[in-house]
Design a protein around this ligand. Structure first.
Ligand SMILES: *Cc1c(COP(=O)(O)O)cnc(C)c1O
Length: 358
């Protein structure tokens, strides 16, 4: 189906980064972006690709005051054959619409969003980097644009997709991280917006992240907001534990955990390869107990940016929980090889997870 997006190409293309080893994450943006407006009575309209640049908004635009904003994150990968492909974009689009529901933002037609992503990535396809482990990060987002200071859902919105070439997350190979268990702050509570990819969630989590940062730890492990006992997730990653050979990850049922596409994919890959996987509540005490009796084999985070991030150590106050001798575990390595293999087209995609941009 064709959506007739207007395409306005830039007259002044930027110079692309030459040294792909210095790309980093989210610092450089491509030549174009996708924009689409929503107005009450009209619905979503005027999908278009335009030159990348500032967006002009009235200072009273509702997004500035009440944070009616949401986003997504996925990647385009360049294969050895030069194809450009997406990994399970439908899952991101479905999640975006679920976030829309939670934040009272009108849903978008999933097929239209997929076409929008493909169209803008195709226009900027020369920006998809070539080096091993590099990719084009895709950031769709929606903001409330009504010029009004009352607290209610906006009647107008802007949907945008911007693109950023990103470097390899592990230029020197996968590296275990240290994570601080957060006891003071919480990320969300049951009934809140934990399951939604809402910008406001991140604003609320910065203070914990900053605390961890100052102590020299890469990330925060968030516990549930009520009992402060069960494990929710890590910063921008879902979290897994391997105890006595069983792979365990917190269940999504309470709505306080972001349903990661990487998380879902790991569970499916593990099950298909005969691993025992449990989605259930897991308390920090259970993890400590397993560590004490030597059955805590591994822990790792999962997310689009890193794919798999092995945890070498959890810190709880002055208690140090060193995992697998601070080395990459077998399950983490297996998942990393399997998922990155499918994403970059080195392993056959048996599940129909890959969507070609063209
Ligand atoms: C985006 C995100 C994740 C990871 O989701 P993926 O779809 O795997 O990238 C995990 N936790 C939070 C809080 C997130 O925002």
């Amino acid at each position: 189906m064709s959506y007739d997006f207007k395409i306005e190409r830039t007259a002044t293309p930027k110079v692309k980064p030459v040294d792909e080893s210095k790309l980093g994450f989210g610092k450089i943006f491509t030549d174009h972006m996708f924009l689409m407006n929503y107005d009450e009575g009209q619905g979503w309209h005027d999908g278009r690709v335009v030159p990348y640049g500032p967006i002009s908004l009235d200072p009273s635009a509702m997004v500035f005051h009440y944070a009616q904003e949401l986003f997504e994150g996925l990647k385009a990968y360049r294969t050895a054959d030069g194809d450009i492909q997406l990994f399970r974009p439908q899952k991101n689009i479905e999640r975006m619409n679920n976030t829309c529901d939670r934040l009272c933002v009108p849903r978008l037609d999933p097929d239209m969003v997929l076409e929008a992503i493909k169209t803008v990535v195709d226009v900027d396809s020369d920006w998809v980097p070539h080096n091993e482990g590099t990719s084009l990060y895709i950031r769709p987002f929606i903001i409330a644009t009504d010029e009004f200071l009352g607290v209610h859902p906006s009647h107008s919105y802007l949907f945008a997709i911007i693109l950023s070439p990103v470097g390899s997350y592990y230029p020197n190979g996968m590296d275990p991280v240290k994570i601080a268990i957060e006891r003071e702050y919480v990320r969300c509570v049951k009934g809140g917006t934990g399951m939604a990819k809402a910008g406001g969630n991140y604003a609320a989590s910065l203070i914990g992240q900053e605390k961890a940062d100052k102590m020299g730890y890469a990330q925060v492990l968030w516990l549930d907001g009520v009992e402060r006992k069960y494990i929710d997730e890590v910063g921008a990653m879902n979290v897994f534990f391997v105890i006595d050979g069983v792979v365990i990850t917190p269940e999504l049922t309470d709505g306080n955990i972001l349903p990661g596409v990487t998380r879902a994919s790991c569970i499916e890959v593990l099950k298909a390869h005969g691993y025992k996987v449990e989605e259930r509540k897991i308390s920090i005490d259970e993890v400590k107990e397993a560590h004490k009796n030597g059955t805590l084999n591994e822990s790792f985070g999962t997310g689009t940016a890193a794919v798999i991030s092995p945890v070498g150590e959890y810190i709880d106050g002055d208690e140090h929980i060193v995992i697998n001798n601070n080395e990459i575990g077998e399950v983490a390595q297996f998942l990393y090889d399997e998922l990155t293999g499918i994403q970059w087209g080195k392993i056959e995609d048996k599940n129909g997870w890959i969507v070609k941009v063209k």
